[in-house]
Design a protein around this ligand. Structure first.
Ligand code: 5RP
Length: 238
């Protein structure tokens, strides 16, 4: 199990909303941003809080490498320069949310459909700092539908492969049509899985023809999780 520190940011008395917890962890993540460098930036509502906080130190960093069109737009709107990942060899730190995280830093990601670019930026980063509220902490991955980015012509085959392992995969919809990712592909959301060996699962599914990215992050697992709890922000180190 991870080692947990005492809360670093104590909340005001009274219940905090999920949105307030996201704000707390977004602000707490600033301590991991290396001044004078670029920072890797994920995607989602929790990361949006981090981006807003990042704007307060934008004069102390070079800029960001972004994992989605949505994050890029938010960064640029706040005056934070965005660099192409191809122009950057290494990042010290990548900050991103998760749909689920287990006690070893393995995650399920892709609720915002940005999993492929998230995995790319995470892979070029020395440290993954996950920011999440405590509802995301699970014993075993698989409670949240698992996102998988697929090339559309492979959809039916990949659906059958998940069915063979007990999963039910459906194409994610937006406005009555299959959602199209930033990469021009589709997302399958898979329910009914218990992912007890995330590394083996990620290895297996990544090899299926037509799978662009599976939303299990075991190779690119988190080294740190800043978890928003009723007692404040807890730091889990894996
Ligand atoms: C986007 C992601 C997000 O990090 C994940 O869905 C969590 O999002 P949120 O912070 O909105 O709960 O993987 O693809």
């Amino acid at each position: 199990m991870p080692s947990a520190s005492t809360p670093t940011f104590a909340p005001q008395p009274g219940a905090l909303t999920q949105d307030q917890l996201k704000t707390l962890v977004g602000q707490a993540a600033l301590q991991y941003v290396v001044r004078g460098e670029l920072v890797g930036v994920g995607t989602g509502s929790t990361v949006n809080k981090f981006i807003d906080a990042l704007a307060s130190i934008k004069d102390q960093i070079k800029g960001a490498v972004s994992s989605s069109v949505a994050s890029t737009e938010r960064l640029l709107a706040l005056g934070i320069p965005v660099f192409d990942s191809n122009d950057v060899e290494r990042l010290s730190v990548y900050i991103d949310g998760a749909d689920e995280i287990d006690g070893h830093g393995n995650m399920v990601k892709g609720g915002g459909a940005a999993l492929t670019r998230e995995k790319i930026v995470a892979a070029q980063s020395d440290k993954f700092v996950c920011i999440a509220d405590e509802s995301k902490l699970v014993e075993v991955l698989g409670q949240f539908p698992l996102p998988v980015e697929v090339i559309p012509m492979a959809t039916a085959r990949v659906v059958r492969q998940f069915a063979a392992m007990g999963g039910n995969a459906v194409v994610r919809q937006k406005n009555g049509q299959a959602l199209v990712t930033d990469n021009g592909q589709h997302i399958l959301d898979v329910t009914g899985l218990q992912i007890r060996d995330p590394l083996a699962f990620e290895t297996q599914v990544s090899q299926w023809p037509g799978v662009v990215t599976v939303g299990v992050f075991a190779f690119q697992r988190a080294q740190v999780c800043l978890l928003g709890t009723a007692q404040g922000v807890k730091t889990l180190a894996f």
